[in-house]
Design a protein around this ligand. Sequence first.
Ligand code: FMN
Ligand code: MN
Length: 472
Amino acid sequence: MPKSTTPKSKGGGSNRGPALIADLAAIIEELDTSGRLVRVKTEVDAKHDLVGIANQFHGQGKAVLFENVRGQEHPVFMGLYWSRELLGDIFMRDEFELPQYISDCITNWQAHPMDPVLVKSGPVMDVSERSVNLMKLPIPTHALGDAGPYFDAAVVIAKDPETGVRNASIQRFLVVNKNTLAVNIDAGRHLELYLNKAASLGKKLPITINVGVGPGLHFAAATPSEAAPAHLDELGIASEIHGAPLELVAGTRSDVEMVANAMWALECEMTPGENLPEGPFAEVTGYYAKREPRPKVKVLKIHRRENPVFHSILSGKEVFNSVGLLGEANVLNTLKKQIPGVTDVYFSHGGCGFYHCIVQISQIRAGWGKQAIMAAFAAFAPLKMVTVVDDDVDIRNAEDIEWAMATRLDAKAGILQIENVFGHGLNPSFPDYLGSKVGFDATRPFPFTAEYDRATVKDMTLEGVQIEGAGN
Ligand SMILES: Cc1cc2nc3c(=O)[nH]c(=O)nc-3n(C[C@H](O)[C@H](O)[C@H](O)COP(=O)(O)O)c2cc1C
Ligand SMILES: [Mn+2]
């Protein structure tokens, strides 16, 4: 863990902290103890109904455990990422500190990589199923137009077929039948690189799919390639966040390891060139990803805990706070190094936590607002919009940002447009990953002049002030 920030003390003998972050079962228990867990007792259908109920709690400060899933033995857990306040609680940090904290962890890991360790066994090896049957997992079908049940929060481990370097990522997997999946791999992902390498070597690509892990590993897998390039094993980021090496167990079907304390681990194999129709799936954009041929994944072996809980995440705030938070952490890290005066960064929810970055800058020289726009685009390729504001603007408040644009943006000189640039293929305005990006420099002209000074009133407390009629 980085030394720059220390955990908030929660007192009360709580078992929060690094060990908690490393284990999803412990997190669920802790959420329950601290009153942050809603238990759904009624039998619920994993197709549509479960997500429909989860959606009622979307973004609030409690996660949800579905204890009784129709026709299934095991429960489903959702909501770990839909509230930054809840996440902050688990990390024992203020929610606003989280991106900086994760960014510090990544920086530490870059300087001192901490490799995972191989252990003899772990909870995930409690039960090794005799036959492969994905229908025995309570996998939700989310949106009404989705093609079927999806794994949407599992961590994929793979090894570079040439160098053996391990990779961790999160991809969505459609359940096609009891032992077959189809996966969506976005352009530029390391898994795509590995699959292409396997193809040119005439090899298959073994992978493991690890379901039900803690946020340390989830964040490690979601760390963008700009911060975790292909030659580095980003599983070490989880070790860094946990403050102890991540424990892996050896694969039984290949040399690719599994996460020792995952809820389920699936040992799988991909044959380059073999595809199956995948999609539609309701994506982070709020639109359905199209049905197209995408890589087929054969499941060879399933291991699990004695009492596993299936972890799924809801499209929307849960993704904004996982992949978005990591994007934010990386842009913050890069900008703080490259742009003098940058104080904070936020990926707005209106921008899907993925496409619109707001940068706050304490200007010390003219022209750095535009530099910040270019640096942010370079630090996170999916970004489509960057808005830069001064340090008197609340970057988490859309109204305040609009105020800065309405009163400070010079529409002629402050808008930067870039055409035909690589972006995120899931965004419909980037067909085939190509589109236009825009940056808004909504900062005050520098040096500052009095007409841009924000009007303020005196900060007063109501203590000792006699008032009437203020209540409801
Ligand atoms: C919840 C969640 C779902 C994701 N789904 C996908 C997906 O279906 N396909 C994909 O390519 N990336 C997906 N991502 C993004 C990648 O996991 C992420 O960009 C990661 O850094 C890629 O790893 P790599 O840099 O090793 O390629 C998802 C991320 C999260 C957090
Ligand atoms: Mn990677």
